[in-house]
Design a protein around this ligand. Structure first.
Ligand SMILES: *Cc1c(COP(=O)(O)O)cnc(C)c1O
Length: 337
């Protein structure tokens, strides 16, 4: 555990590097939401990225930063969700081999989602842990480069480009609200925003069910959490007990972290769809959820909310949009960051 910060200069370098391959997403006004909280709210739509989530930024930057030798060997990861998609897509685009390890239990839609973007799927064992063992074996024995979904300087720098765009598009903003899991997204954005505009308030939002970074910041060191099925499945998982970057950066740069319930997440998804026809996954909706639940002192403020992704099961989404507070703890578990 080295507890280092990624420097601002790395984020600026990442922006130039990834610009040809990653969408510079729009920051759009959210009128009904602004009225609801007596503030001026705008939404940063990372849902528009080719893979449906911001993780493409970090994956693209990490792969482009590899040495020629490492590029020739290829990359490996064991995420079945937005990171896996981002790595598969970016690697394919850049002509680099990407192996995504996953267990036999991963649903076919997720496997197809990764294959569609050009990833080489390797099915190994009956649990995510066994998939991880295989990923580490490929790293040690075949020399592939292991890409962490969040605790990696090039990944953090890539996600931080969102912060540069926010300040460029809205220099007057007072507050930025960011979904929080492993903290790569938050660490990058917070570094960029606090460097360019130090008085901006930075708020991290995560779900009540297994909030790893929230608990770790309060404990003063990385702690493990119990994972429970949640609508914000992309926010699941731990931060790593040997965390090198994201814990220290979130601890030092974030002003406030808070939790939202499953019903609040559902309400956030519903409002985004009803008011702006935006389809966002649970993890992408937690910022709106926190505002609607009146958990943030928003009155009179200029607030940017990061809508981080849109990869949601359509059956679950339509039920939520139709008014149902779906509780995944009572349905079948199907998580994965
Ligand atoms: C990964 C992810 C997050 C959280 O990002 P971290 O860097 O792990 O904090 C938020 N939203 C979506 C949609 C994600 O895929």
């Amino acid at each position: 555990m080295t507890q280092k910060h990624v420097p601002f200069s790395a984020i600026e370098a990442a922006r130039d590097q990834i610009a040809p391959h990653v969408l510079r997403t729009p920051l759009v006004p959210a009128f009904p939401l602004s009225d609801a909280c007596g503030a001026e709210v705008r939404l940063k739509l990372e849902t528009l990225q080719a893979t449906g989530a911001f993780k493409l930024r970090g994956a693209t930057n990490a792969i482009m930063t590899l040495s020629k030798e490492d590029r020739a060997k290829g990359v490996v990861t064991c995420s079945t969700g937005n990171h896996g998609r981002g790595v598969a897509y970016a690697a394919n685009l850049l002509g680099v081999r990407a192996v995504i390890c996953m267990s036999e239990l991963v649903p076919k839609v997720k496997i197809d989602g990764i294959k569609r973007f050009g990833g080489e799927v390797r099915i190994c064992g009956k649990s995510q842990d066994e998939a991880e063992v295989e990923a580490l074996r490929l790293m040690k024995e075949e020399g592939l480069v292991y890409l962490s979904p969040f605790d990696h300087p090039d990944v953090i720098a890539g996600q931080g480009t969102i912060g540069l765009e926010l300040i460029e598009d809205w220099p007057e903003l007072d507050m930025v609200i960011v979904p929080l899991s492993g903290g790569g997204l938050m660490a990058g954005i917070a570094k960029a925003v606090k460097t360019l505009k130090p008085d901006t308030r930075i708020i991290g939002v995560t779900m009540e069910r297994g909030p790893a970074m929230y608990d770790s910041i309060r404990a003063g060191h990385p702690v493990e959490v119990v994972e429970t099925p949640t609508l914000a499945d992309s926010l699941g998982g731990g931060i790593g007990l040997e965390n090198d970057y994201t814990f220290a950066m979130c601890r030092d740069l974030v002003d406030e972290t808070l939790l939202v319930s499953e019903a609040e997440i559902a309400a956030g998804m519903r409002a985004l769809y009803r008011d702006q026809q935006i389809v966002a996954e649970g993890g992408g909706s937690v910022g709106v959820a926190a505002l609607l639940a009146d958990k943030i002192q928003a009155k009179g403020k200029r607030i940017a909310v990061v809508i981080s992704g849109r990869n949601v099961d359509m059956d679950i989404f339509t039920r939520i949009a139709g008014g149902e507070d779906v509780d995944l703890a009572t349905v079948q578990p199907d998580g994965g960051a």
